[in-house]
Design a protein around this ligand. Structure first.
Ligand code: ZN
Ligand code: ZN
Length: 259
């Protein structure tokens, strides 16, 4: 893809997401009175632009290398029988398998200091909205995307099944960060909701709610947490740089204050 097309795609995506999520945030705010240009909005915009203009190509390239490495790990006949299943069954299998891996991979991101160095960038956001979802170190993205796609790579799910699931997961990840509280009742036990992920962004590093799409894994493994109000504040307990470049370099720096 050439540069003008990439820039146009980035601007188009920004507008598209803004048009979906901003009215939702105005109509059903989780935190009342949060401004559109709230503090650190510009840092999150840098992460958005970095992701679209620079890092998505690198992430895809690394994922392809990873997929090539895993290719043919399982016999061709098995992979072909996976691809022969109805598309809806494949979609359910992909979601369940990758949710399981993402859940445990995410718990490790919070537990293992080396992984937390990268993941803490995402958690350093002190205001949540649809744009804050993009605050993520690119190597943290590579880690999560690999976990999401491992079952698909290994089992040979066709690209068409995957593309839909990946697109849904991307939009969902943005939705659960948005400053929205929708009254969906008991449905949130099945498909999750922003309030669950908001509690994941509580200042405590082991705040729970590690699942992405469905909270079933949190319910199964005892990390589901859903008080009836928003957390007091979001963020992390350690000090990290408050600029884009500083945060990109932070995981590679030595620090006595890092846990
Ligand atoms: Zn996390
Ligand atoms: Zn998050």
């Amino acid at each position: 893809m050439n540069l003008p097309a990439i820039i146009l795609g980035t601007g188009g995506s920004f507008l598209f997401l803004c048009l979906i999520f901003h009215p939702l945030e105005r109509a059903f705010p989780a935190k009342q009175g949060q401004r559109f240009f709230r503090p650190e909005w510009w840092i999150d915009l840098c992460f958005f632009l970095g992701q679209y203009l620079l890092w998505s190509g690198l992430v895809l390239w690394l994922l392809n290398r990873f997929a090539d490495g895993l290719d043919a790990t399982l016999p061709f006949a098995f992979r072909a029988s996976v691809a022969d299943q109805p598309w809806w069954l494949q979609a359910v299998e992909v979601v369940l398998l990758s949710d399981f891996l993402v859940y445990w991979g995410h718990r490790l991101q919070h537990r293992i200091p080396f992984l937390w160095r990268f993941h803490c960038i995402h958690h350093s956001a002190e205001h949540l909205d649809w744009l804050a979802a993009h605050r993520e170190h690119p190597l943290d993205t590579v880690y999560t995307m690999s976990l999401i796609n491992v079952p698909a790579f290994l089992l040979g799910f066709p690209l068409e099944t995957l593309a839909g699931v990946i697109a849904f997961r991307g939009i969902w990840a943005i939705y659960i960060h948005s400053n929205v509280r929708l009254p969906i009742g008991p449905l949130r036990w099945l498909i999750g909701a922003p309030e669950l992920h908001h509690w994941h962004h509580d200042r405590a590093r082991d705040a729970g709610n590690y699942a992405n799409i469905s909270p079933l894994m949190d319910l199964a493994f005892g990390t589901y947490r859903c008080p009836d109000h928003e957390p007091e504040s979001f963020g992390i307990q350690e000090e990290i740089p408050r600029g884009y470049l500083g945060q990109m370099l932070h995981p590679f720096r030595r620090s006595k204050r890092r846990r």
